[in-house]
Design a protein around this ligand. Sequence first.
Ligand SMILES: Nc1ncnc2c1ncn2[C@@H]1O[C@H](COP(=O)(O)OP(=O)(O)OP(=O)(O)O)[C@@H](O)[C@H]1O
Length: 702
Amino acid sequence: MPPRSPATPEDPLSRERTYHERCRAAVVSMIRTAEQQVRLGADTAASGADAEVLGYRLRSHAKELSELPDGPLFFGALTFAADDPAAGEHSGQHYHLGRMRITPGPAEQPLVVDWRAPVARAFYQAGADDPQGVTVRRRFGWAPGSRGEAADLTGLEDEHLGRGGQLGQVRQARRPNGGLLAAEIERPRAGPMRDIVATIQPEQDVLVRAELSESLCVQGAPGTGKTAVGLHRAAYLLYSEPRRVQRGGMLILGPNRGFLRYISQVLPALGETGVRQSTLDDEISRHQVSREDAVGTAVLKHDIRMAGVLRRALYSRVRPDRARDLVLPDGATRRRLPAEDVERVVREVRAEEVTYGVGRQRVRERLVRAVQREAERRGGPRSGAWLQRVSRARPVAAVLNAVWPVASPEEVLCELLTSADLLAAAAGDALLADEQRALLRPDGSRGRRPGDWSSADLVLLDELEGLINRPAGYGHIVIDEAQDLSPMQCRAIARRSTTGSLTVLGDLAQATVPWAASDWGRLLAHLGKPDATYSPLSEGFRVPGAVAEVANRLLVGLDVDLPPIRSLRSDGEMSVHPVADLTAAAVATAHTALGHAGSVGVITADHQADLIRRALGRAGLRPGSPETPEARLTVVPASKSKGLEYDTVVLVEPAALVRAEPRGLNLLYVAVTRAVSRLHVLHSEALPAAFLGVHGDSAGAS
Ligand SMILES: Nc1ncnc2c1ncn2[C@@H]1O[C@H](COP(=O)(O)OP(=O)(O)OP(=O)(O)O)[C@@H](O)[C@H]1O
């Protein structure tokens, strides 16, 4: 921990500490007031709204307030010029900025403005070339892990924008030259991901504050802050459009549960606790997965052509040709609807292209209405009870079941994957004979037992379910690691965002699954948002220069056309060690790495992870797994490393990662770029050629 700075009462640092104490007292009073209002049954959220937050009802509910994690109450401040028209209504004003608005009373000026308020935009966007009316931007330095004690305020740094952005008063800043921003970027990482509100960069801020109606596609090299941007955009939208977002709901989709654990604390730290964070597999899961498809079969099941195949399979059940006379006893008489009328109704409804479930309902209603018209023509108006009786009558159900039967996704898919004839009919010209054979279950099993579905089957079941009943949609969905989505997975998301918008985050170079995207245009079209704004991020906040160099060598060997990583960091370390005994070397290197501050991730090919974990355990190092982001030492199977970062990465046997899958080089690229401060590579086999910068025909292992 940096030394606490001695401060005199007239010192700005001392004044800021006193101000922080005032803010702390105001928070205590806000909690007390909110609790009182809860007791009175009042809507506490309404009390804090004011012009600054334009339509947003401050989340000052007692529970939310009291559950806010401890921490510094402000991270920055803005002073606007008194004589600059660009300052507008803020002329001559001074604002502190924090994670939430703090006000001593409902009618009083806030002591701290929420970072998402319009006035805070200048904190992120103003620069020497465009001061936006700001004369001084102040950043505060807090002791790492501070719980918000005033004494933890260790430094402040003023940037005089009116004077060409020169750094003015720098008091007790933790780095004398690079300033607080550089210190934050180079800070050793440990534990779950943290918010970046204090240091959001201009190119990131534009994305964070994009309108709700705008769908974004953010492509960026590893560590350019895509995840951070997505999460902060979620928080921003919840603030700026609370009603519209909350009506539909906000969903964050991540690649796996370990990643979700890693990011789980970012939104709560920003005061947003009601956001659903999930994986797509969990979102669409109707069954446990216990069947594994061969790679080729899985690739086919994820192929966009399956959408047409499933649609045809489902609608092959609609059989206007099976229409027959509907004969209905009605008191002393019998009502009769001729088969051709039934057939016409079915054809009409089929042409309306509604969901299968709605279609069946419509056919029923129209048959009943036709019978009603016939009955009324002969005998006058019919009652509601009569209508109900007819609509539930067995002959109606029998005809309906013949022409438009009930369908369940499981039944349709099971029949399709076990009947060569049905599959051939549904496939038409879309699938080759070989492909159809690959789809058919080898054992002819019926697949009705819970254990009979593969992961790709669940995507197909979701597609069928979507054809039968449209799922409820979200107001906004943030999709992380989107480059790994298959076309059919994209459709599952598209179904859930027909009226909402998307933030699509990813990096084509990190695509590791066989069905991964090779360009964003097609993926966005499958997501139903072909017009999403494409926004590249370019500055790398994670990977230091030495590691970026290796990653950029690998990038050349990947089948993508993307710019190299541009690291903002000058520090960092990279070393390569040929070793005879990988396991012993991994233990020794991890042991040394634990001597540094920050987390240590030992990344291995998936099949070697257990071996290394046991060895570390035997050495008394007790490693955690990606599901325990708070662990100091973690063994990470490479396939689970996406989106994570470790201060030191010990990378075990790169060649094994490359061999592990068809896109092994991409996987190696992901693994290498998890390192924040140090990358140690251990290998007993030859290093992959691309790792050494050898590409093309000459690229054998060397
Ligand atoms: N403006 C910023 N200020 C400080 N740190 C930042 C900033 N932007 C990103 N970071 C940090 O950089 C690291 C990488 O960010 P993030 O995980 O969002 O990148 P990413 O582009 O999603 O990476 P990947 O493609 O590897 O998943 C994180 O530690 C994050 O906190």
